[in-house]
Write a protein that binds this ligand. Structure first.
Ligand code: SF4
Length: 270
């Protein structure tokens, strides 16, 4: 995924997984800075930022690591719920588009070699289940712990915690006294991912090891097939070109972020 000569940008949310990841990387001596995207969700965003800031002050800064903060209300002109209302899309879809764009943008602007997220085994198994249930083969092809930089304009993405469960990461935070935001993002209520996680947990209770064999089995199969993300990255190159507005890679004339922002601005002006 990376070595100690490379500069890593960790996406932190204030939750246990991302703070555990940042902590592990710093303790192991990696060069790891972080980005927190403040979504402008009343109450929740302030509480998460407080946890991230505290961690940065106590653990990261003394080790020479930086925290970048991106404020959606300031940069995109409205909080996540308001933007979602303006473009008539679910908040999580708007959030995903903004976070992916800003994470990639900052990584390229500050020349980070790799972007890391705190996705764990439970997240990846639930995502795999969702992709299979709906036969989203495009997503299946790109699901993996390492997504290489596909061309100039997309930074490499890794998920170093993909082998660890949520419970293991919660235990790590307790043992290392990491103070994280325990509550879920209020927008997650009713999200299908939570249902898939619940189903997988029930299977796990009856048959321990199910999540591991499900996800790791998929990765083993993927490694033997043309679905491997390394192979996909090569085929992606042919389809991608710079967005006409911002220059980030896209398969259309304008990238998803620029289309989203153009639509939001158009609605705001009416
Ligand atoms: S639950 Fe939705 S809005 Fe909240 S952080 Fe996750 S994707 Fe974003």
């Amino acid at each position: 995924m990376f070595d100690k000569t490379e500069r890593i940008l960790v996406a932190v949310s204030g939750g246990k997984d991302s703070l555990a990841l940042w902590h592990i990387l710093l303790m192991l001596g990696y060069q790891a800075d972080a980005l927190y995207v403040n979504l402008g969700i009343p109450g929740y965003s302030d509480r998460s930022l407080e946890k991230v800031q505290r961690f940065a002050d106590l653990v990261a800064k003394p080790r020479g690591a930086l925290l970048h903060v991106h404020k959606v209300e300031k940069e995109e002109g409205a909080g996540i719920q308001e933007l979602a209302d303006l473009v008539h899309r679910p908040p999580c879809s708007v959030c995903g588009t903004i976070k992916r764009y800003q994470f990639n943008h900052l990584a390229l602007e500050h020349r980070y070699d790799v972007m890391a997220t705190g996705h764990n085994l439970d997240d990846e198994a639930a995502r795999l289940l969702g992709n299979i249930l709906h036969w989203q083969t495009d997503y299946l092809e790109k699901q993996g712990p390492v997504l290489p930089a596909s061309m100039e304009g997309f930074a490499k993405k890794v998920k170093p915690l993909y082998r660890l469960t949520e419970r293991e990461l919660a235990a790590y935070c307790v043992l290392t006294r990491i103070d994280y935001v325990v509550e879920e993002c209020p927008m997650a209520q009713g999200a299908r991912t939570l249902l898939y996680k619940d189903v997988l947990n029930r299977l796990e209770t009856h048959s321990p090891g199910t999540k591991q064999s499900f996800y790791w089995g998929f990765l083993a199969m993927q490694g033997r097939s043309s679905l491997h993300p390394q192979a996909m990255a090569a085929s992606d190159q042919a389809l991608l070109h710079p967005c006409l507005t911002c220059g980030q890679p896209t398969v259309a004339d304008h990238c998803a972020y620029c289309k989203l922002m153009a639509r939001a601005k158009q609605t705001m002006s009416h």
